[in-house]
Ligand binder design. Structure first.
Ligand code: NAD
Length: 282
């Protein structure tokens, strides 16, 4: 496995490209949006140099890692020789299926197709390809270069070989893995969405301010981040799509908080837009 392609250069795609380049893969980062690719390139360069200055990575490895990443809007160019593709586009089933169908046509026969979905069924996505045994979900966490875990979710037809490859990629990217049986939201998103939604409902009901809800969970329950600041980091549009899928598949308990819906309608998307449940400097 030498060539790794990431489709989608948003919050997650750029992070996966960053760790893959440090893992000595030849990386293609593809997106249909040139602005997103440009911002991904700036992000990767700044964050990698910062990590080297702080002693987290060997400074001698930075330049060669940066040179291993090719940024492109062409899917054909990005996946034509890929050994593994990791899809990280919006959390929309129809979009993921459309992309997997294209990947199935454009990629070599041996290529493993992974989705970074937070909630959705890898079986449903894989069923639209001619290689369901080579499809899998690899759920990374944000920010990818700091978070240790990848949840690995096997679809109904995923082969043992594909699971082994996903785990091997995880090791090369410096991550720990857990294998989870397919179920909406897996382990982490199911739990995290519920906690976050409850915090949003409390804010809407006037139980406490956003600052105090986050402070209460950090200092009282020992969470490293408050649930509202974590939702801001994830992106409120992404979180809303996660909630909508969990609501559809798991029921009432996961109905998205109306305040979340309102914020997304207003374009208040969290850190990436400068404001969410908290206000950030742009
Ligand atoms: P994002 O909105 O930051 O980025 C999505 C990117 O996909 C954008 O740059 C967009 O231009 C690109 N895109 C859209 N359609 C495309 C297409 N047809 N071809 C190529 N690129 C396309 O989203 P994100 O937060 O990075 O989430 C991506 C995936 O990762 C989702 O499935 C999400 O659930 C999952 N995820 C997100 C987080 C998080 O904290 N944000 C954590 C784990 C997993």
């Amino acid at each position: 496995m030498k060539k790794l392609t990431v489709v989608g250069s948003g919050t997650m795609g750029r992070g996966i490209a960053y760790v893959a380049a440090l893992g000595e893969y030849q990386v293609y980062l593809q997106d249909i949006n040139q602005e997103s690719l440009d911002s991904a390139q700036r992000y990767i360069e700044i964050e990698m140099r910062k990590s080297a200055e702080r002693g987290f990575i060997n400074p001698e490895k930075v330049q060669s890692a940066l040179e291993r990443i090719t940024y492109t809007t062409s899917l054909e160019e990005a996946v034509g020789k890929a050994d593994i593709v990791i899809e990280a586009v919006f959390e929309l089933m129809d979009l993921k299926i459309e992309i997997f169908k294209k990947l199935d046509k454009l990629c070599p026969e041996h290529t493993v197709l992974a989705t970074n979905t937070s909630t959705m069924s890898p079986t449903e996505i894989a069923a639209q390809t001619s290689r369901p045994e080579k499809c899998i979900a690899m759920h990374f966490f944000n920010p990818v270069h700091k978070m240790k875990l990848i949840e690995i979710i096997r679809g109904l037809e995923t082969s043992d070989e594909t699971v082994a490859i996903a785990k091997e990629v995880g090791v090369r990217l410096g991550k720990e893995t857990v294998e989870v049986n397919e179920f909406p939201g897996f382990v982490t998103s199911r739990m995290n969405c519920l906690i976050g939604n409850e915090a949003m409902n409390m804010l809407m009901e006037g139980v406490a301010s956003a600052e105090d809800i986050d402070k209460a969970l950090k200092l009282g329950l020992n969470h490293p981040m408050g649930p509202l600041e974590l939702a801001d980091l994830v992106g409120l549009d992404t979180r809303l799509r996660n909630m909508e899928y969990l609501y559809k598949t798991l029921g009432e308990k996961y109905r998205p908080c109306p305040l979340l819906v309102k914020y997304v309608k207003a374009g208040r998307l969290g850190r990436k837009s400068g404001a969410g449940f908290h206000i950030y400097n742009k």
